[in-house]
Design a binder for this molecule. Structure first.
Ligand SMILES: *[C@@H]1O[C@H](CO)[C@@H](O)[C@H](O)[C@H]1NC(C)=O
Ligand SMILES: *[C@@H]1O[C@H](CO)[C@@H](O)[C@H](O)[C@H]1NC(C)=O
Length: 223
């Protein structure tokens, strides 16, 4: 029997497109749409049904100017509706000065009972802002690493400087932008096994990085 997991892609104005497009390009290989196409030939124990959410009905204008039409707003999520997986990308819109309250409220409501919470780049800052990383190990955008570390010091988050991504229980966080695809690969492998993940990686021609293969910790003098 195949288990369907719902995945909320948590968008907001000035999101960084590659932060969510990278992991979604990999994870969508086990979505009903791609499975129906016959492109993915392996039996999968899980399918992932993605829904794209944002703060208002207006299309999302990304930091790079791309206009994205999402499925629903955070307000349209029913009170008793629980997503299995949350994916929080980063981007200019995660700055604490502008980060939308609707996004923070949604995460505070959904994260406690989600099976997995994934954040890419400054998406980790949104989780910290929502108070969801207290006492956990995590990583984030290396160019803002020290600022984020200081800003949320009270929460005793163990920020890992040299990591493409970090897993702490249900929480998966990655470094800047492209690291999201590495984390997406590792997450897919953990969820459905090496054969499917490796098949998908072959199709998207992704060069694999391991958790600690992070040249940007040195680049920013963090280690
Ligand atoms: C999201 O919107 C697209 C475009 O209308 C649609 O194809 C897709 O099924 C929607 N997803 C969900 C989960 O409603
Ligand atoms: C990474 O952090 C830097 C410095 O805070 C910021 O300018 C940049 O927008 C961030 N990158 C992304 C994709 O969020």
């Amino acid at each position: 029997m195949t288990i369907t997991l719902s995945l909320a892609v948590c968008l907001f104005p000035d999101v960084a497109v590659l932060d969510f497009a990278g992991p979604m390009e990999l994870l969508s290989f086990i979505s009903p749409k791609i499975l129906a196409s016959g492109l993915m030939t392996y039996e999968t124990p899980y399918t992932i049904e993605p829904v794209y959410l944002s703060v208002s009905k207006e299309p999302v204008v990304s930091a790079s100017g791309m206009v994205i039409v999402h499925n629903r707003t955070y307000d349209e999520v029913k009170a008793d509706e629980q997503f299995d997986i949350l994916l929080v990308p980063g981007g200019l819109g995660t700055d604490p000065e502008v980060c939308p309250k609707a996004l923070l409220d949604f995460l505070q409501k959904q994260a406690p009972n989600a099976k997995y919470v994934l954040a890419v780049c400054t998406g980790s800052e949104v989780l910290a802002h929502a108070g969801l990383l207290a006492g956990k190990r995590a990583t984030t955008n290396k160019s803002s690493f020290n600022r984020i570390k200081e800003h949320y010091a009270a929460q005793k988050i163990e920020w890992v400087p040299k990591a493409r991504w970090v897993v702490d229980g249900r929480f998966w966080t990655s470094s800047g932008v492209t690291a999201g695809a590495d984390m997406g690969y590792a997450f897919l492998e953990q969820l459905v096994g090496h054969d499917i993940a490796n098949f998908v990686r072959g199709i998207v021609e992704l060069s694999i990085h391991k958790e600690g293969d992070d040249e940007f910790a040195e680049f920013y003098g963090l280690v």
